[in-house]
Design a protein around this ligand. Structure first.
Ligand SMILES: [Zn+2]
Ligand SMILES: [Zn+2]
Length: 157
């Protein structure tokens, strides 16, 4: 949203209004102990609440919110550990976590080689965590309420 009234005061006003046009904004994240940090530039390609049983076991939470970015937009600082496994679709999923504190931080899937997912829980700018859809709804636990506005998908789109 370019504007010819792009004065300093105009920019400050834009920064106070969150959500609408955050392109170019840098998002930061870290694990619990701080040994691993990350930055991501611009808006995520997709933000999902994943209700699959694999995310449930890996994260210890009843569902997992993940922000997917083009991988070249994400920078990771620190040495993470990884665990690879096959998803129920037969694709390979890599889950990356801090070897010191165990925080789950990133995920990649062979079906989407250009994307990397950042776990929402490690992101500092919580106002930018805006889920767009619920995936693997077929696996969700009964007590998890779903936002009726969001699309529900029985798998990964
Ligand atoms: Zn850590
Ligand atoms: Zn999942």
């Amino acid at each position: 949203m370019g504007s010819r009234l792009d004065t300093k005061s105009d920019i400050q006003i834009k920064r106070k209004t969150s959500g609408a046009n955050m392109s170019g904004e840098v998002l930061t994240g870290q694990c619990l102990c701080g040994a691993i940090t990350c930055t991501a530039t611009g808006d995520p390609v997709s933000t999902v609440n994943c209700h699959c049983s694999d995310c449930r076991r890996a994260t210890g939470a009843v569902f997992s919110t993940v922000l997917y970015f083009q991988k070249e937009r994400v920078q990771i600082i620190g040495v993470y550990s990884g665990f690879d496994h096959a998803s129920d679709r037969g694709t390979n999923v890599s889950r990356m976590f801090c070897p010191t504190c165990g925080s789950q931080m990133f995920a990649r899937a062979s079906g989407w080689p250009d994307l990397i997912g950042i776990r929402a829980g490690c992101i500092k700018q919580t106002e930018r965590i805006i889920p767009q859809r619920n995936v693997f709804v077929c696996s969700k636990i009964e007590s998890t309420a779903l936002d009726p506005v969001l699309p529900r998908i029985d798998g990964m789109p």
